[in-house]
Design a protein around this ligand. Sequence first.
Ligand SMILES: [Zn+2]
Length: 256
Amino acid sequence: MTDERAAGVPFPAGEETPESGPAALADLWALQQLDDRLAGARARRAALDDGSRLRAEVEAARAAAADAAARLGRAQATLRDRELHLASTEAKQKKAEGDLYGGRITNPKELASLQDEVASLARARDRLEDEILRLLEEVDALAAGSARAEAALRALADRLSVHVAAFEAARDRLDGEIAALAAERAARASRLAPRLLRKYEGIATQERGVAVAAIRGGFCGACGNTVPPQFISRVRAGEVVTCERCRRILFADGQF
Ligand SMILES: [Zn+2]
């Protein structure tokens, strides 16, 4: 089916730009190609990774590093506490042994009690020494874990800053490209006959931005439908003809 109205209706008063003719069709095709480039640039802009996923990984690594540092700090505090406890136990043991072997106390009951105390302090000291050894190993392991977590965080943060710099450069480049294409598009659209532009915009809105299709090998370049030879002749003559299947405006760019 062809669009006889666009081709047959005379230009309304005040509209100097032709609504059909080879030049008008070529302008329409040029507008379509600009819109294709604009859509491509906008799609690439939308597909840019702004680093959100990597930023979330950095935050997770930061939390893990803080957690590892906190666990190390708690183990170190426990170790210091046990070391102080050991020092005071050793002092008490020394004093009790001094009392026990000093000869000053002779009462057998007191001596027996002192012996119990010395034995009890020796057992406490053994337990503390065992615990301190275990804590020293734990602190070593936690310190290594904390260092690994810090290194992982730094590596991720470095990757993020490189990524963000690349993203910003690509974004700025694409924003510039989009702005230039949009300006070129507006200038070109303003030179088209208003009715022809409205027709173009109407089809573009319905057909995902593609209003004009080039004829390729006798087929519609957009939907693949056969374009009858008489349609091709009319398109070549500059008539606004639409594809029978997809309703897009057909264009003959010489590459049949
Ligand atoms: Zn078609």
